[in-house]
Ligand binder design. Structure first.
Ligand code: AMP
Length: 449
């Protein structure tokens, strides 16, 4: 199947070709004609399936090329990152139109967003809370809206946005097209869908809880205090250039970043406690290759869109097995191969079992060479950077050797325990210096095109 048969105009086909897409993905081939027809759509699709283009392209088709003053399309998204990402896609695919878009989220100034509304926009991409502020203050008029999109609706429910969404709906015409995308069709999603959608066409390209075949999944059984050393070792010895690492907590993410920094690996944390500026910078640095390891919590990672992310690591398994599927969906995207590695401690066996039950198969156990997976038993073994005997790992030694080798034992042990409170990383200035590079803000408040 090619894009030509889906009902898209030549300028959109050209944009698709410019993006390098030769074939529509499953969700695109089903959703594009239905949305152009004006149908409501309930789509089960994870990030990585091409779902953004699946609704952006047909909506651009419906809007035509001409700009009008009042918004005709509203996309609601759970996170700032996802909102920025969707807006970027609108800009890319709509490059050959006069349509104006704006992206609206919290944590940045109101004024640029208000100015964008005043100038007139056709497409608004927003997180619910900030949009509601604007609506309540009369900054934006949605009475002309044709289409409402709820992107990653499951996450919006998880994040407690349901009330904001309901309030936003009061400002939106009842007669409209509604599209709802969600990674899974839970009971709550079905309930929300039945209240919002009219005779929707249901498209399910993400069979519930299956994991993509092209993702090479591995588990390393490793004692908790060794996880950091194993992670650093694998990044170095296999020369991973871009790794997304998941931790359960924001605190855990911050701590791991400090530790990796001490190991000489450029790392940054992405989570909800970071300012918008810091998150944008981290993401830009990661995309450009300045930052090798991005450590994120589940929610913060939702909006990350990076082509063909090669490595995802579960530093800790998620408590909810479904989150494993979301996490590893970050790799092996749109036809590219990817690797998902999980570092599983003895206390996480139950989580692992739940995940394997959910995905319906056992994940391969893997034993990395040249690194000890057991926690130190005696003070003499207390060097987490030392390769296990007799093998000497590739890429280690010389200047690649983690720096804390020369530190006193008690300091190394402390880091290994994940207790960095008493120790100051030697090289925490690396990212600080680079921080100045990311001057341009991705998707800042107003982003008209
Ligand atoms: P999404 O699921 O919308 O986050 O898209 C995942 C990635 O797939 C994005 O980086 C898109 O640029 C890419 N993509 C979308 N559609 C296609 C396609 N038809 N062929 C190849 N890549 C695509």
């Amino acid at each position: 199947m090619s894009f030509d048969s889906l009902g898209l105009s030549p300028h959109l086909l050209a944009a698709v070709a410019d993006a390098g897409y030769t074939q529509p993905t499953a969700i695109q081939s089903q959703a594009i004609p239905a949305i152009i027809d004006g149908a409501d759509v309930l789509g089960a699709a994870q990030t990585g399936t091409g779902k953004t283009a699946a609704f952006v392209l047909p909506l651009l088709e419906r809007l035509g090329k001409g700009h009008e003053k009042k918004p005709r399309v509203l996309v609601l998204a759970p996170t700032r990152e996802l909102a920025a990402q969707v807006a970027e896609s609108v800009g890319t695919y709509g490059a050959k139109t006069n349509l104006k878009k704006t992206v609206v989220f919290g944590g940045v100034g109101y004024q640029p967003q208000i100015s964008a509304f005043k100038k007139g926009v056709d497409i608004v991409v927003a997180t619910p809370g900030r949009l509601l502020d604007h609506l309540n203050n009369g900054h934006i008029d949605l009475s002309n809206l044709d289409t409402l999109v709820l992107d990653e609706a499951d996450r919006m429910l998880d994040m407690g946005f349901i009330h904001d969404i309901k309030r936003v709906l009061k400002y939106v015409p009842g007669k409209r097209q509604t599209l709802l995308f969600s990674a899974t069709f839970s009971k709550d999603i079905r309930k929300l869908a039945s209240s919002l959608l009219k005779q929707p066409i249901e498209i399910d390209v993400a069979p519930r809880n299956s994991t993509a075949e092209r993702i090479n999944q591995k588990v390393v059984m490793v004692e908790k205090p060794r996880k950091r050393a194993v992670l650093s070792h694998m990044i170095r010895s296999d020369d991973w250039s871009q790794v997304l690492v998941f931790t359960r907590t924001k605190h855990g993410a911050n701590r791991l970043v400090k530790q990796l920094d001490t190991d000489g690996l450029t790392a940054a944390a992405l989570h909800g406690n970071k300012s918008q500026n810091a998150r944008t910078k981290a993401l830009e640095g990661f995309k450009s290759g300045d930052i090798r390891v991005l450590v994120a919590t589940d929610i913060a990672a939702r909006g990350i869109d990076i082509d063909a992310l090669p490595h995802v690591v579960n530093y800790e398994l998620p408590n909810v097995a479904e989150d494993y599927v979301h996490r590893i969906g970050r790799t092996g995207r749109a036809g590219a191969e990817g690797e998902a590695l999980s570092l599983v401690g003895p206390d996480e066996r139950k989580n692992l079992k739940d995940i394997e039950k959910l995905i319906g198969r056992q994940i391969e156990r893997f034993q990395p060479q040249g690194i000890d997976l057991r926690a130190p038993q005696s003070p003499d073994d207390n060097d987490d950077s030392r390769p296990a005997k007799p093998a000497r790992p590739r890429g280690e030694g010389g200047k690649d050797q983690p720096r804390q080798k020369n530190k006193p034992h008690h300091e190394r042990a402390r880091q290994d325990d994940g207790n960095n409170g008493a120790h100051k990383p030697r090289r925490n200035s690396r990212r600080g210096k680079r921080g100045g590079r990311g001057g341009q803000r991705q998707g800042s408040g107003s982003n008209s095109s």
